[in-house]
Design a protein around this ligand. Structure first.
Ligand code: KIV
Length: 295
């Protein structure tokens, strides 16, 4: 399950100089674990990169072998893996267990784990205690937390303590009870606040920032303004990186998915059809056959 990422292929790296392409986060030659320094260098090279969520070792190993350089153990695990309605109920114990599985399933990707709701809002010391568990017990290379100006003290202490932080601004799903699921940064005042949030997390030492559900033009402006990479989800084409929730992009999520999702497969259909075929074989007596039997 944890072989080297043999199937990374040779994706187009036309935006990079030939001397840079071997260092590329996606399609590069290095098989060692990616670090936040590699992420910083990618922004300097102008390289775009992909990030996917993962919540278990087997799925993570597939993405690792496909060459996905950064995986997020998102608290979207709450609604995409654990059966909760939102991310709010997810606990630090659950995030630690899921993150450890994703680390075990990968060899190359940088693994970033979400600090769940309630594990850092009390202040920097609580954030440090929570993040330390994810780093020590699960072995992740970085943590992510939500909030711009309001979270800058937490980010500062984590970074001072040697824990790399990815920030998350725009729509912050842990605040769904206060803000709902609405586009953020629309209008002059909201756009100015988003820019202040982006600068605050950069100044606090975050190595990257997720921009969720913000107008494409504003995301482009933030990306031009910051020297750290922006990771867009529903934020248009001009961010440095793009992230999708894996169950959305592979068509496993039931019901409606957001407009910004591109569906690359229909796993729900594939898995349902396979389950029905198995059930029909069992009921009809055509499984197991002699070739599946031991004597
Ligand atoms: O939890 C998550 O999956 C996330 C992404 C949507 C960025 O935070």
């Amino acid at each position: 399950m944890t072989q080297l990422p043999a199937a990374q292929g040779q994706p187009a790296q036309s935006a990079l100089k030939p001397s840079d392409s071997s260092k590329a986060l996606y399609g590069g030659k290095s098989t060692r674990r990616i670090t936040v320094r590699d992420i910083t260098a990618a922004k300097e090279r102008g390289e775009k990169w992909p990030m996917l969520t993962a919540y278990d070792a087997m799925t993570a190993s597939v993405f690792d072998e496909a060459g996905i350089p950064v995986m997020l153990v998102g608290d979207s695990a709450g609604n995409c893996h654990l059966g909760y309605e939102t991310t709010v109920p997810v606990t630090l114990d659950e995030m630690t267990m899921l993150s450890a599985a994703v680390v075990r399933g990968t060899q190359r990707a940088l693994i970033v784990a979400d600090l769940p709701f309630g594990s850092y809002q009390e202040g920097p010391v609580q954030a440090l205690r929570s993040a330390t568990r994810l780093v020590k017990e699960a072995g992740v290379g970085a943590v992510k937390l939500e909030g711009g100006e309001r979270s800058h003290r937490q980010i500062e202490l984590l970074v001072e303590s040697g824990i790399p932080v990815m920030a998350h601004i725009g729509l912050t799903p842990q605040s769904v009870n206060a803000m709902g699921y609405r586009v953020q940064g629309r209008g002059e005042e909201a756009a100015a606040q988003l820019l202040r949030d982006a600068k605050a997390v950069q100044d606090a030492g975050a190595f990257a920032v997720v921009l969720e559900l913000v107008p494409a033009e504003l995301a482009a402006e933030v990306t031009r303004t910051l020297h750290i990479p922006t990771v867009g989800i529903g934020a248009g084409p001009d961010t440095d990186a793009q992230v999708l929730v894996w169950t959305d992009m592979l068509g496993l999520t039931g019901g409606r998915v957001p407009k910004f999702v591109k569906k690359y497969a229909d796993l729900r259909q594939v898995m349902g059809d396979a389950a029905k075929a198995f059930a029909e074989d069992v009921v009809g007596g055509t499984f197991p056959l002699e070739e599946h039997s031991v004597h």
